[in-house]
Design a binder for this molecule. Structure first.
Ligand SMILES: Cc1ncc(COP(=O)(O)O)c(C=O)c1O
Length: 406
């Protein structure tokens, strides 16, 4: 007898790294060359020792079932951080903030909370995008609508291109600022437009801000900050999602939060109670230590700034690439200078120089007749500076060999 399964599972696409494994299965690189991984966006700078210590000092938390709402201490610490970082009044820890196990699960479960599966609504996603948005949409019985973010528009989402009929069915919009993989930051004008659309059509905005602390110039405005500055002090239909993974180099701690519209937060808490996503009190205590400290964040940012200032001009000798507004990614065009598609570039670079990069087309879908990731690659400059530099030099060398072959 055929076993019944949720048919929506069939709609999930393989994850980009699965596609990459298949692409790389054909040829093996020279084992004498060390591997440099620019593929995965996992921070590699070391976890600050005071966070390790806070974990060790709070192991008693392991002997308790934690509450989904989290401790007041954690929610207060997050509220104070939001006030310090975004110059907004501290949100109410009792009704406007919830801890989450990083932002990934929250991006997913928020869609299950706000979407009514019987409506078969539309979820507007950036393109290229973080793949969780798409999976969360399908599993909530909705359809994604992809809005291209292209170089000609500074990688901002062109919301003017979305037809009225799509907006009418839109229930949720995912925003990613700073963007993965483009590094683009949404400015106040773009936020204003999105809030006006949300008022007109009634959709919820999920603002994914996990790269907010890795910037090279001015701090990127967050969703709550933009709302507050535009006079939307109740954060209606807006939820921001943030995380310690990149800010504090603790991707394995699984610690983040959501903040915003109190009505949505209340329903989200209900959903999460059943979903079973309460954060261990040990992790909560270490998270308080991390949110309360800014020094390690400044040091971490300085390290990225130095790395990018060195890497970008070097890479520009070989590829069309610009300094991003923020994030730890480079989003480089490869075809013009090498005649190679993104997948061919990634495969040959791996084979000849043992450097992994992610083909841009794996991070985007065909929309309005184009795949905006086509002929681009994503480089995650997460390793220590010397290793990143070595990887960039290998790419420059690789491009030279390709030019000779052109
Ligand atoms: C755009 C984006 N959002 C969310 C996440 C999830 O991060 P975490 O769950 O560690 O907070 C990632 C991770 O790479 C990401 O790139």
């Amino acid at each position: 007898m055929k076993r019944a399964m949720n048919p929506l599972l069939n709609r999930l696409q393989p994850y980009p790294f699965e596609k990459l494994r298949k692409l790389f299965a054909i040829n093996r690189p020279d084992p004498a060359i060390s591997h440099i991984n620019f593929g995965i966006g996992e921070p590699k700078h070391s976890t600050p020792s005071f966070i390790r210590r806070a974990l060790r000092d709070n192991l008693d938390g392991l002997s308790k079932y934690p509450a989904t709402l989290g401790t007041l201490a954690l929610r207060e610490s997050i509220a104070v951080w939001l006030n310090r970082r975004y110059k907004i009044p501290a949100p109410d820890p009792a009704s406007q903030i919830l801890p989450t196990l990083g932002s990934r699960e929250a991006l997913f479960s928020l869609a299950q909370t706000v979407l009514d599966p019987s409506e078969h609504g539309i979820v507007v996603c950036p393109n290229p995008f973080y793949q969780i948005y798409e999976g969360a949409t399908y599993l909530a019985g909705a359809e994604p609508y992809f809005v291209n973010a292209v170089a000609e528009k500074n990688f901002g989402c062109d919301y003017d291109s979305v037809p009225e009929t799509v907006w009418q069915k839109t229930k949720l919009v995912y925003v990613c600022s700073p963007g993965n993989p483009t590094g683009a930051v949404m400015d106040l004008e773009q936020w204003k437009k999105l809030f006006e659309l949300s008022d007109r059509y009634g959709f919820v905005i999920a603002s994914d801000e996990c790269y907010s602390e890795i910037y090279f110039d001015a701090p990127p405005p967050g969703g709550l900050e933009a709302a507050y500055r535009l006079g939307r002090k109740d954060y209606r239909r807006l939820i921001m999602l943030s995380s310690l993974s990149k800010r504090s180099n603790v991707p394995g701690m699984r610690s983040g939060f959501v903040a915003g519209d109190a009505q949505i937060i209340r329903q989200f808490l209900l959903y999460r109670t059943y979903h079973g996503t309460a954060m261990s009190e040990t992790i909560q205590a270490a998270s308080v230590a991390a949110w309360d400290d800014e020094k390690h964040v400044e040091e971490n940012r300085a390290k990225y700034i130095a790395k990018f200032r060195e890497a970008v001009p070097l890479l520009q000798q070989a590829l069309n690439v610009s300094m991003p507004d923020a994030s730890f990614y480079l989003w480089a065009e490869v075809f013009e200078r090498t005649g190679l598609s993104d997948t061919e570039f990634a495969r040959k670079l791996y084979e000849k120089f043992n450097v992994t990069v992610l083909p841009g087309s794996y991070l985007a879908r065909e929309a309005n007749g184009i795949n905006p990731g086509k002929n681009r690659i994503r480089l995650a400059l997460v390793a220590e500076p010397a290793e990143c530099l070595e990887g960039i030099l290998r790419i420059v060398e690789f491009v030279k060999t390709q030019r000779r072959e052109l």
